[in-house]
Structures are given as C-alpha cells and as structure tokens.
Design a binder for this molecule. Structure first.
Ligand code: IMP
Ligand code: MG
Length: 409
C-alpha cells in the first residue's frame, strides 16, 4: 500500500501544501476530500508561487487532480482559480482535473449567510473565512444542496432552487440581510454548467481503477484535526471532518485505501480565527514568531495568533487523526531563541493535570498549559537536510516532540 493521506495536526497552516507538493512527485493522483476554498495552500515551484484553494496541489506537478464529494465547491471560485493559474502557465482541463458529480455547490447565498451570521454573533464570532463553507455543509446534511450533477437537469435545478431559497431567504430576512432572486441564481448556474460539467464524473470508478492498477493516490487534507467538526475545539471549528478517516467517505473509496497517514505540524503553534488556544503568547515572543514565520492567512490575510508548541494537543491529534508519522515544519523560525517551551498537559481549574483538551468550552478556556522548558539553539537550521546538520539542542527538541506525541518525526 503506497497511498498517503496528509492532514494537519494543529489548527491549519502547518505547511501541508509544501509537503503534498513534495509527495506528489511519487503519486499519480492527488485527491481533495473535504473543505473548500477556505483552504489556502501555497506552493513555490521554481520561480512561480501558486496559491491554491480548491485545486488539488498535485496539478502543479502534472498529476491528475480529483475533487471528491466531501468538498464543498464554489463554482465561481474554481473557475477564477483555473483562470488565475492559467495566467501562470498551468492549464487545467478535464484531462487533468476530475470532480465528483455528487459534490455539493456553494452558491452566493452561502457566503451571504455565513457573513450575516458572523456579524450577528458580534464578539462571539467564530472568525470564519466568510466563504460559505458552514452553510453549504448544512445544506448538504439537510438534503437541499445543489450538486454538480444537478447542473445537467434544468427541472431538478429549478425545484431545488425553490427549496433552497425558501430556507435561505427566510434566514437572511430574519438577519436583516438582502434576499436572493431565483432568476439570478438560475442564470448563474446555467452559465456555469457548460464550463463545469465536462469535469464531472463518478470519481469512485476512477479511484477503483487506480486501486486495481496499483496507482499511487495522495489524499490532500485541508484545515486540521483541531478544526474537525467533531473532534476540534467546537464550535470554533470548520464544518467538515478533517481527520484521515474522512478521506474515504469524501473521495468514495474504502478506508483500507487511505494507506499511510502523515500529520503535518509546525514547530510552534498558530491559529487564525477565534477559539481556545492554551499556549498562545500575547507578548513580544509571540509577535516575534509571527514576524519571523510570516504568519498571515493565505485566504483572508489575517494575522495568525502564535504560541509555543503544544505537544499535548498534537498527541491528541495523532490519536484522533490516525497519524502514523509527523512532518515538522518551520523549525528555522525558532532559530536564535535562547529558551523554548513545550506544553505537555493542562492543569484544569488550578488542580488536576490532564493529557487531553477537555470537550466543554468552559473547561477548554480554563485549561492552563503545563510546560517543559527546553534549551534553544543559536545556529541556523535553514537548509538542513539531515539530523547531522542540526544543532544538538534542535535535535533534542525534535526527539522530545516524538516522545511526547508518540509518533516519529
Ligand atoms: P470556516 O471553515 O470558514 O467556516 O472557518 C471556521 C474556522 O476554521 C475559522 O476559525 C477559520 O479561521 C478556520 N479555518 C478554515 N479554513 C482554514 C485554513 O485553511 N487554515 C486555517 N484555518 C482555517
Ligand atoms: Mg492554509
């Protein structure tokens, strides 16, 4: 079994795109299985920087890209992205990209509702990317989503739009936001149809063929385990399952096809958006990490919150996500810091120490990190290609993370 799934082991932005790009050279197919254009994967290839949100990263390496049914697909965002990369010399055609015909679509009603609800939450906002991800998944589960294959059936589209608008306009009206007209959405959908339908197919058949031909498949996760709708810091999460198990259902293949699960973690921690973050640093040290690590969101440009490496949380992500090995990124951002800290557990309410982030929001907010102090290093780790190239204390830092997280780095 040579397939690999790559998932985030923290709150996203661990550098999954870079690792997927590196692994893509050994794969024939790269599959996105959850999330949507809330993701931002930055790939630097030669003199080009590609910022991908929906397109599977393997496309850049000439591999077949598949968007699975577990994704929520904004047609306009996809077409814009295809045009954008075309301007960089990367041609995306139905020969290089296939999209599951049963993929639910994001329509303009979804970001409108996403933003209206965030505005109504005020100080309690989740800090979503405002892309309509949550509302689109809600519609899927509520069985009123318009899916890619519906674009080929005008009668289905018309009836589904009636149901969709009854629901969304009622909510938008209640929130004091502008409503949507059926004609407008119908003409948008009809405009997208001829450009999108050539990409649509039953991708499960292609994946089954790939399995029988022993073709290597790379499953490209978006977001991260701590943003998982079940296992993350709910409600400050995204609306999909981000664990490796999600790759099977979100692509249309059995769980045995997932293969090795690689978790990506940053050598410190970042988070964008609201929600608990036990090891967050509000001081110069945190700002330093953000500046040196250039921690600004790819999608929204927001400044990311920064803090110490939380080994307790990553251990939890390893267990929940099915992670068999970790790739640790951005170690060089820690270069020159004399003293480092690693969180090994949480003290709850000043008393008991636990090795798990509690489930309830109040308990999560009250979880105080318990730290282990570690010596930093003064030399540079940039460009190191083996452990022998790293300062001894940097090796110690990585080895300690392996121990605490019960996964090899
Ligand atoms: P949504 O996915 O837009 O609904 O946002 C929900 C939460 O997930 C917010 O805290 C976002 O900042 C976060 N989020 C969503 N996508 C990403 C990502 O690709 N990287 C990091 N955070 C993300
Ligand atoms: Mg990102």
């Amino acid at each position: 079994m040579a397939n690999v799934a790559v998932i985030g082991a923290q709150w996203g932005d661990e550098g999954k795109g870079k690792v997927v790009d590196w692994l893509a050279s050994r794969a024939e197919i790269v599959v996105r299985f959850q999330g949507g254009h809330n993701a931002g994967h930055t790939l630097v290839v030669g003199d080009q920087t590609y910022k991908l949100s929906l397109l599977p990263s393997g496309l850049v390496r000439g591999k077949l890209g598949i968007i699975g049914n577990g994704v929520v697909l904004d047609p306009q965002a996809l077409l814009d992205e295809i045009d954008r990369v075309a301007a960089q010399g990367l041609k995306v055609t139905p020969d290089t990209l296939r999209i599951a015909e049963n993929t639910p679509l994001i329509l303009p009603v979804h970001p409108a509702l996403d933003r209206a609800r965030e505005a109504a939450r005020g100080a309690g906002a989740i800090g979503t990317t405002g892309r309509g991800i949550g509302p689109a998944y809600e519609d899927k589960v509520a069985r009123r989503a318009i899916r890619l294959c519906d674009l080929a059936e005008p009668d289905t589209l018309s009836a589904k739009l009636d149901e969709l608008l009854l629901h969304h306009n009622t909510l938008l009206r209640g929130l004091g936001a502008p409503e949507f007209a059926k004609d407008e959405l119908l003409s948008l959908l009809n405009g997208w149809a001829p450009r999108l339908l050539p990409f649509a197919e039953a991708v499960w058949e292609r994946l089954d063929e790939a399995r029988r031909a022993n073709a290597r498949v790379l499953f490209e996760g978006a977001q991260a385990v701590m943003l998982d709708v079940d296992h993350g810091t709910y409600p400050f999460v995204t609306s999909s399952n981000t664990v490796a198990g999600s790759a099977a259902a979100g692509a249309g293949i059995g769980p045995d096809a997932i293969g090795t699960v690689l978790g990506i973690a940053k050598a410190y921690t970042t988070r964008v958006g609201s929600g608990p973050f036990p090891t967050e640093l509000h001081d110069e040290v945190g700002r330093g990490l953000g500046d040196r690590g250039r921690e600004f969101g790819t999608v929204t440009g927001r400044r990311r919150r920064c803090g110490w490496f939380d080994a307790c949380m990553v251990r939890q992500a390893v267990k929940l996500g099915g992670i068999q090995g970790l790739a640790l990124t951005k170690l060089d951002v820690l270069d020159g810091m004399p003293q480092l800290r690693v969180c090994t557990g949480y003290r709850i309410g000043g008393g008991e120490v636990v090795r798990r982030l509690p489930g309830a929001p109040g308990a999560q907010a009250a979880a105080e990190p318990v730290y282990e102090e570690m010596e930093g290093w003064s030399g540079s780790t940039r460009g190191a290609r083996s452990y022998a190239d790293l300062p001894a204390t940097a090796v110690k830092y990585v080895r300690r993370i392996e121990e605490l997280d019960e996964a090899p780095v």
